[in-house]
Design a protein around this ligand. Structure first.
Ligand SMILES: NC(=O)c1ccc[n+]([C@@H]2O[C@H](COP(=O)([O-])OP(=O)(O)OC[C@H]3O[C@@H](n4cnc5c(N)ncnc54)[C@H](OP(=O)(O)O)[C@@H]3O)[C@@H](O)[C@H]2O)c1
Length: 202
């Protein structure tokens, strides 16, 4: 049994990830207070460092957080770009950059991207761009991870659980179940792969 920090555990992707991590000791973390074992803001280096110090020993980090802003490219402001970059890109990179100082030998990081970097949609340029950045980050940084630490990203299409909210804006997309997405997280945490983008598409 591994001890896993699941960041964003109450979100749609976080709940999906949890379905694949059932045999482990899962410590939940998220932004709001009172809803998680630990409170953390992934856009704050100080907050991430406190989380890792407070948890102590852990074997894996699964991050299911990446807040994105949506607008047409011609209308998207720099602030909207920076909000997306600070959460979905730099937030996740900092989860790893700071986390590698604390994680156990042979541990693993699993990040979240999303299918829009290979299947573009209107309004989603910031999500697509930062998802592409995360997929590139895991592929390349895997060569530099110390102490046998692995890193992968899960790149799902829209989940069935999100279809009611987003389906209308995604013509021709086929949603996948949260359970199937959970298996991708399980493969990352319990397998031996590293530097991989695990696509979950239909
Ligand atoms: N939903 C989909 O179908 C789907 C498909 C592919 C990719 N994705 C990607 O998956 C990621 C998560 O999407 P989602 O649909 O699961 O979102 P969601 O349901 O809105 O959940 C977001 C989660 O992130 C937490 N959170 C937000 N900002 C945070 C911060 N600064 N620090 C720590 N935790 C924070 C929230 O915590 P609180 O509960 O405390 O607010 C919540 O647990 C996004 O990047 C999205 O693009 C989603």
């Amino acid at each position: 049994m591994k001890t896993i920090i699941l960041i964003g555990a109450n979100g749609i992707v976080g709940k999906a990830a949890l379905t694949g991590l059932g045999k482990h000791n899962v410590i939940t973390a998220g932004r709001s207070t009172g809803n998680y074992d630990y409170q953390v803001d992934i856009t704050s280096e100080e907050s991430l460092r406190k989380l890792y110090k407070d948890v102590g020993h852990f074997d894996a980090v699964v991050n299911a957080v990446g807040v994105c802003e949506y607008a047409n490219f011609t209308e998207m402001t720099e602030k909207q770009w920076m909000n997306t970059i600070q959460s979905k890109m730099m937030g996740q990179i900092n989860v790893v950059r700071i986390g590698q100082e604390y994680i156990a030998d042979n541990g693993s990081f699993t990040l979240i991207s999303g299918i829009l970097n290979v299947k573009p949609l209107p309004y989603a340029i910031a999500d697509a761009t930062t998802s592409g950045a995360i997929d590139t980050f895991v592929k390349c940084v895997a060569f530099e991870m110390p102490r046998g630490i692995r890193i992968n990203s899960v790149n799902p299409t829209v989940l069935e659980e999100a279809w009611e909210a987003h389906g209308e804006l995604m013509p021709g997309f086929q949603p996948v179940s949260g359970t199937l997405v959970g298996k991708a997280f399980e493969r990352s945490v319990d397998g031996f792969i590293t530097g991989q983008v695990i696509f979950v598409d239909a």
